[in-house]
Write a protein that binds this ligand. Structure first.
Ligand code: PMP
Length: 421
C-alpha cells in the first residue's frame, strides 16, 4: 500500500497531473495568500487558483456566510430552481456591479465552470445571428470542452483531441507578437473579400488580457477598433473575463478600463469569491433568445457559491477601494519586475501585465519553468503560462498584504538569480 499521501497520487491517479508536477507536495491548509502542505511547510501563493481566489483562501467573512448558510440547512443543490440564495445574488449583482456601471445585462447561470460560460456564449451568438463562424485569437484560452476548445488558440491542446478550429478562425492577437500585423485590418479585409473564405461571423471572442496565453495585454486602441468593427458589421462581441474579471486587472470587469461594452460577457473563477464552482454569462437583454430547457445542467445552481459570491460583492465591490489597492500593488509588482530584469540580464526578460495579472517573459527556452521550480522549493507557489511556458505568471490574491507580496517577490528574485546562472 502507498506509504505517504504523495505515493497515493503516483499509484492511483492518471499520469496527467500537471500541478503535482509543478508543485510536488500534498497541500493541506490555506489562509489568505498562504498555503501549508501536509508536512507543515509554508508557501506564499502567487497562483491564486489560476484566478479563482482573488480574495485569498478562506476569507473569514465569506467563510462565516457559508458556515451560517449550511448551519441553517440552506439549499445546497438547487438545479435551476428559484432559491433565496440565488435571488439575493442576482439582486446584489445588479445593485453593486451592473447598475453603478450603467450596464444592462441579463444574467444566466450556464453551469459550474468557465468553459460552460463560453459554451453558452457561443451557442447564444450562433442562435441569435443564425450564423456559425466564430472569430478568435492566437494564444487564446477559452476552455477544454469541444466548443470552447475550438476557439482556443493553442495547437497542442486542440490537436491531441483532433479538434479543428470548427467554424472558427484564429487571428493574431494584437501587436504583442511584434509581427507588425494589424489583425483588425486583416479581419476587415477578410470580411470584405468574398474570396477569403470567411463567412460573416456570429461573434468574435476575446480576452482583454490573455491569461493562459502568456499575460498578453491587448492595446486599448486595438480593442476599441475591434469593438467598433463588430458593431459596424453586426458581429457580436464576446469578452471572456473568466480569468481577468472580478477585479484582476483593477476594475471589476477588465473591459471597463478599455471603454468597450461587450454584447456577451463570460465570468467564472473568482465570482463565488471562495473557490467554489460558479459561472455567469451576461448578455444584452435583446439577445435573450433562449427557449426553456435549451441550455441546462445539473450543477447550475450551486447555492453555497451564490452565498459566498453575494458576500464577496458586498465586501469588496460597494466602492472602488479594492481596485485602488490593485492598481497600487501593480506599481509595486511592475517596478520590482523591471528592476529584476535589469539586474539579471541573463533572463533576457520582458515584463507585461495589467492590474495584478503580471508576466515575466524569459527569453531563454525552459528558463521560466526553472524559475518556478526553484521558487517552489523556496516556498512560493507560482506557475508559468504562454505557448512555450515561457512566461512566469504572477497572479497573487488581490487581497494579499504588503508583507506577503514583498516576501513572494523576494523569493521570485532569488529563484530567478539562481535559475539564470
Ligand atoms: N476562459 C479563460 C480566459 C480562462 O482562463 C479559463 C480557465 N483557465 C477558462 C475560460 C475555462 O475555465 P474553466 O477551467 O473553469 O472551465
Amino acid at each position: 500500500a502507498p506509504t505517504t499521501s504523495i505515493d497515493v497520487f503516483s499509484r492511483y491517479e492518471s499520469e496527467v497531473r500537471s500541478y503535482i508536477r509543478s508543485f510536488p507536495t500534498v497541500f493541506d491548509r490555506a489562509k489568505g495568500a498562504r498555503l501549508w502542505d501536509a508536512e507543515g511547510k509554508e508557501y506564499i501563493d502567487f497562483f491564486a487558483g489560476a484566478g479563482a481566489l482573488n480574495y485569498g483562501h478562506n476569507n473569514d467573512t465569506l467563510k462565516r456566510s457559508l458556515v451560517d448558510y449550511i448551519g441553517r440547512d440552506g439549499i445546497t443543490h438547487g438545479l435551476d430552481m428559484g432559491t433565496q440564495a440565488k435571488a439575493e445574488f442576482l439582486q446584489v449583482f445588479h445593485d453593486i456591479i451592473l447598475e453603478p456601471r450603467n450596464l444592462n445585462y441579463k444574467v444566466m447561470f450556464p453551469g459550474p465552470t468557465g468553459t460552460n460560460s463560453v459554451e453558452s456564449a457561443l451557442k447564444l451568438a450562433r442562435k441569435v445571428t443564425g450564423r456559425s463562424t466564430i472569430v478568435s485569437f492566437t494564444n487564446a484560452f477559452h476552455g477544454m470542452t469541444l466548443g470552447s476548445l475550438s476557439v482556443t488558440g493553442n495547437g497542442f491542446k486542440r490537436q491531441g483531441a483532433g479538434i479543428p478550429l470548427a467554424n472558427a478562425v484564429s487571428l493574431p492577437y494584437d501587436s504583442y507578437l511584434e509581427t507588425g500585423l494589424d489583425s483588425i485590418a486583416l479581419l476587415e479585409h477578410m470580411l470584405d473579400d468574398k474570396g477569403s473564405g470567411l463567412e460573416l461571423p456570429a461573434a468574435v471572442i476575446v480576452e482583454t488580457v490573455q491569461g493562459e496565453g502568456g499575460i498578453n495585454v491587448a492595446g486599448v486602441e486595438w480593442l476599441q477598433r475591434l469593438a467598433n468593427l463588430c458593431r459596424e458589421r453586426e458581429i457580436l462581441l464576446i469578452v471572456d473575463d473568466v480569468q481577468m474579471g472580478c477585479g484582476r486587472t483593477g476594475p471589476f470587469f477588465s473591459f471597463e478600463a478599455v471603454g468597450i461594452i461587450p454584447d456577451i460577457v463570460c465570468l467564472s473563477k473568482s465570482i463565488s469569491g471562495y473557490g467554489l464552482p460558479m459561472a455567469l454569462t451576461l448578455f444584452q437583454p435583446e439577445l435573450d433568445a433562449w427557449e426553456p430547457g435549451e441550455h441546462n445542467g445539473t450543477f447550475r445552481g450551486n447555492n453555497p457559491a451564490f452565498v459566498t459570491g453575494t458576500e464577496a460583492l458586498r465586501l469588496y465591490w460597494r466602492d472602488d477601494r479594492l481596485s485602488k489597492v490593485t492598481l497600487s500593488n501593480e506599481k509595486t509588482i511592475r517596478d520590482f519586475l523591471m528592476d529584476m530584469v535589469e539586474s539579471i540580464p541573463a533572463l533576457h526578460g520582458r515584463v507585461r501585465g495589467r492590474g495584478m495579472a503580471y508576466g515575466l517573459e524569459c527569453g531563454v527556452p525552459g528558463l521560466a519553468e526553472k524559475i518556478t521550480a526553484r521558487a517552489f522549493e523556496r516556498g512560493l507557489v507560482i506557475e508559468t503560462s504562454g505557448a512555450e511556458s515561457e512566461v512566469v505568471k504572477l497572479l497573487a490574491p488581490l487581497t494579499i498584504d504588503s508583507e506577503d507580496l514583498h516576501q513572494g517577490l523576494a523569493i521570485l528574485a532569488d529563484s530567478a538569480k539562481a535559475a539564470a546562472k
